[in-house]
Ligand binder design. Structure first.
Ligand SMILES: Cc1cc2nc3c(=O)[nH]c(=O)nc-3n(C[C@H](O)[C@H](O)[C@H](O)COP(=O)(O)OP(=O)(O)OC[C@H]3O[C@@H](n4cnc5c(N)ncnc54)[C@H](O)[C@@H]3O)c2cc1C
Length: 446
């Protein structure tokens, strides 16, 4: 009997378990929730989104849009559930976070080939294993991993990640805010909170000097650019935020017809629109300071905070030294890793690595040749980047067109070039699709 233990039922572990199970492999899925939770996970559901509810851009001129489309065409569980629980978010795929996680959990629990075993894993099990315990892997398991790698220097690294606050819709002062999407693209899904020059300057002055929560080992240098706390970004200069998350371009205030000096955007966080998150406001300020400074934004003067921003350790491996293109441990190939701990960064990227591990492991156990996703595909490019031993200092990586080979011919304009790269990739995916889907012996649907 073919059997695999998957550790962690996050984005990566759920996808890996599902793909294995669909291919007839018996899966034991071990998840420490609800008995024990990481500092960022709060529900009992699998595939919990611990910060933003957005799986980022959907368009094919965007690399994360391409990655999602590849996964969609190849029947990814995570993308299917995300599409089914989407909430309006302009050109992005954002989801009702609870609806999404509940749907993944129910699908996993129903699958005849998956046995869920709750409880923290503190030893690496025998047999085939996929370790997908995420950036907040529990200490006991993290210690075992360090031992597994022989305590070599640089085998496990940390950086820090931050989450943005959530507010209730009813507490937003809509007399001081307006619905719009940038440049009127798509539906007007965002709440825009304008600031005048005077209001912005007062807000910025308080933000850069507000009190931060103590996080052991954190300094401004140890932060991932894509998830930078708003106060760290603000300290780079008075106008930095106005060219970043508070950019007013394409968001004229209907009251004046003019673009405000700065705009804070709020994005729907659940399907019924009762909760909104502050876009780009990941932070590690002390909670009373978050309330004091963020309520200086006129539309948020009475904001009710459902969750304050938090900052956490983020563990990932020095994968170029440790893993092969299938995210498998070179020194012990029965063990694969998936998700954020491999150094892929983000929800969709974590799902993509779990997807690749699931289908390639199932093929290996069935004695089939590997699929070897080429670098021209976003799924393949990620695995090849993470395992590329020529990468020196390894940093977590979002999917981007820079890790996909160029076209070899000229296309005018960046958007057109990116769309052409996506077209090329999806042609390859279409050629591989029949082979990939025909491996599925179970036809479990949602
Ligand atoms: C605070 C924070 C905010 C983030 N915000 C964003 C964001 O806005 N957008 C984004 O794209 N990405 C964000 N990320 C990155 C995010 O973690 C990943 O994109 C994604 O959740 C990683 O998926 P994963 O499956 O690797 O890990 P997770 O989704 O974290 O899943 C790991 C699972 O393993 C379980 N587990 C841990 N240790 C054990 C153990 N010993 N035994 C059994 N189970 C265990 C955990 O309970 C968890 O369910 C954030 C990360 C953090 C820490």
């Amino acid at each position: 009997m073919k059997h695999v233990t998957v550790i962690g039922a996050g984005l990566a572990g759920s996808e890996a378990a599902w793909q294995l199970a669909q291919r007839g492999v018996q899966v034991t899925l071990r998840e420490m929730k609800p008995e024990k939770k990481t500092p960022a996970h709060v529900t009992e559901y699998f595939a919990e989104l611990c910060c933003s509810n957005s799986l980022r851009a959907n368009g094919l001129e965007n690399a994360v849009g391409l990655l999602k489309e590849e996964l969609r065409r190849l029947d990814s569980l995570i993308i299917r559930c995300a599409d089914a629980t989407a909430v309006p978010a302009g050109g992005a795929l954002a989801v009702d976070r609870h609806g999404f996680a509940r749907m993944v959990t129910e699908a996993i629990n129903r699958h005849p080939n998956i046995t869920v075993v709750p409880g923290e894993v503190t030893e690496i099990p025998d047999g085939e294993v996929v370790i997908a315990s995420g950036p907040l892997t529990s200490d006991a398991l993290a210690d075992k991993l360090v031992k597994l790698f022989g305590q070599e220097e640089n085998t496990t690294l940390n950086f820090f990640d931050a989450a943005a606050p959530l507010v209730t819709f009813e507490s937003v002062d809509m007399d001081s805010a307006y619905f719009a999407s940038r440049y009127d693209k798509g539906t007007p899904d965002y709440i825009n909170c304008p600031l005048s020059e005077e209001e912005y300057k007062a807000f910025w002055t308080e933000l850069i000097s507000a009190q931060e929560a103590e996080v052991h080992g954190f300094d401004d240098g140890g932060v991932f650019e894509g998830c930078m706390p708003v106060e760290v970004m603000a300290r780079r200069g008075e106008d930095t935020l106005r060219f970043g998350p508070l950019k007013p371009r394409g968001l004229p205030d209907p009251k004046t017809g003019k673009e405000p000096y700065a705009v804070v955007q709020l994005r729907k966080d659940n399907a019924d629109g009762s909760i909104y998150n502050l876009v780009g406001f990941q932070t590690h300020l002390k909670w009373p300071e978050q309330k004091r400074v963020f309520t200086m934004i006129p539309a948020l003067k009475n904001a009710q905070f459902l969750r304050y921003g938090v900052m956490h350790r983020n563990t990932y491996l020095d994968s170029p030294r440790l893993l092969d293109r299938y995210y498998r441990l070179k020194s012990d190939p029965r063990i694969s890793f998936a998700g954020q701990m491999t150094g892929v960064e983000g929800y969709v990227e974590s799902c993509a690595s779990g997807f690749l591990v699931g289908i390639e492991t199932a093929r290996r156990l069935a004695g089939q040749q590997p699929l070897n996703f080429p670098q021209e595909t976003a799924i393949g490019a990620l695995g090849l980047y993470v395992s590329n031993s020529s990468v020196g200092v390894f940093q977590p990586m979002n999917i981007n067109f820079g890790i996909i080979p160029p076209l070899g011919y000229k296309v005018k304009g960046k958007r057109n070039k990116n769309a052409e790269l996506s077209r090329r990739s999806l042609e390859i995916i279409e050629e591989m699709k029949e082979n990939i889907l025909s491996d599925c012996v179970e036809k479990e649907s949602l």
